[in-house]
Design a protein around this ligand. Sequence first.
Ligand code: FAD
Length: 579
Amino acid sequence: MLVVIMTDNRNNLSAASAFVPTLGTSTYKTKSGTHALHSTSKNADSTNHGSTSMKKRPHIVILGGGFGGINTALTLPTLPWWVSDYSSTSPPPKITLIDKSERFVFLPLLYELCVEDASLDEVAPTFTSLLEDGSAATTTGGGGGSIDSVFSIIPELAGALAGFVIPRTMTNQLFGKKDADDNDTNYAEVSFLQAKVQGIDVNNQQVVIAKLSSDDDCGGEIEYIEYDALVIATGSEISLDSIPGASKYALPFYTVEQALELKRRLALLDTHLKYSTNNDSPVNIVVVGGGYGGVELALNLVDRFGWGQNTNNVNVSLVHRGKQVLEYATEHNRRMGIDRLASAGVKVMTTTSVVEILPPETENTMRHDGKEMLPHVQQNQCIVQLSNAEGDTVTSLPTTLLLWTAGATPTSDANMGVRNSILPRDSMGRILTSSTLNVPKYPNIFAIGDCSRPRKVPYPGTAQVAMQQATVASWNVFATLTTNNRRVGGGDDERGIPKLLPFNFISLGEMMTLGSEDATISTLGGNVELSGPVASWLRRWIYAVRMPTPRQALTAAVDGTGRKLARGAARRRKSVEWK
Ligand SMILES: Cc1cc2nc3c(=O)[nH]c(=O)nc-3n(C[C@H](O)[C@H](O)[C@H](O)COP(=O)(O)OP(=O)(O)OC[C@H]3O[C@@H](n4cnc5c(N)ncnc54)[C@H](O)[C@@H]3O)c2cc1C
């Protein structure tokens, strides 16, 4: 089902569903009452904002609601659309966030979801709930005021707030706007559309999407969405296309569904282990990729099976193509990661590549008690063929569970939709942009996060980069639309015309989980380095603060703290020896 949810709290939503057949309705409540949730699509709605001469609402479309996309969707309505000459001729924009999933995923907490250290609502809140929170916190309204004085401070403001959604109160104060009240209808409107992007027709300024079909596979009816400005933030996915056998046997670790599937497979392994003796059908878990994700996953798996308690029959191996794991991590975090891998007994294989995955030579189907092995444990068994740096096949690794964290790519075969455009890309499929994050020759198209490349040496594919880019891209969309509007309308002079900001990454440091009670943090240019349980608590709280909305931050802080306390108590209980 395709659903678009209007998240502003205006009373009149009827114009918004003008052009596409209604696909479903629901209701939601805001402080101004209960409203219909309209299913709709294309924009082109002209809205009565108290002025009959107003043009249609410009339509800003955001593709992908990950760290880059959701923060763009939450930041855009906070910008001062009501100031400048812009507001006298144009209503504030309509913003549509499109994602194939109904949930935003806080990927750094995916491990916690898998081992039940975090709830689904903490790690993956629905877009609907986030945008509802966002509209309550950030709705801005019409009004007047000169922008000449305030625009000069924007670069500093953006730098200071890099990565954070600007609170409404702050923009209102800065731009001389009183808080929007219920009668104030002159503000940006954000809606969510669950659909898969199939292509981008830049010449006609349209995005091609596929609605969800009945099997929820996004393979449904095709629709066209027009845009005045486009922000592409579709992230990356793990591609299993290039290794024979990988798509059959390997489980990537990148989505909520994959994390929940891993949780299910681990539970099956628990059952299997219950009936196994030490020498009987050992569980061999192979993690491919020695970057942050692979190291974190390998250590959390050892932790999950109990650090030497149940692990006699569980072997965890980490296969990495590079010379050392955590190549791009800070010195401190790399040292901690390598140290913990060694003490956890993870077999680390560097300068090693997976070349092929084969079915097991003889299927190990029997347990020691003579019963059949669980079919799901059986069906994931495989032989991982490894080669060294010279390309010689050196090892065949019998594997019970193969997990894949390497080879994230912006446009895998499964996600070709975003590639279906003439936008320039690098060999990895990342969209090339200028330093102001817009695509050369397409001033109204911006690309941010993992799917983009604004400079020769790519930024690391991290949430931090995507969030900071969201702030700058939002401002630049605002600057582009308001400037265009002035030009079209005969315009103002140069005074107060918002300028496009270049993106400069401010590294806030990095954190890694090394197990449920262990983490490592390196921040302030290496001046603060922490590891162990304190770092683990701190990491969780920092992530809570980085949640997209204050309400979600509170949910994460309460849920995360509660679960950590409960887990600690359970561990203490386990360690008491009763006589
Ligand atoms: C397990 C794991 C742990 C991580 N840990 C950390 C960490 O600790 N710190 C850190 O900074 N970074 C971490 N990262 C990396 C970080 O999560 C990414 O760099 C970040 O999510 C990139 O943000 P983004 O907005 O570019 O893309 P994403 O957050 O990946 O979002 C992309 C969105 O686009 C949607 N989408 C994709 N294609 C389509 C389509 N065709 N149609 C519709 N929607 C589409 C997806 O559903 C998704 O919601 C981790 C990543 C993983 C996988």
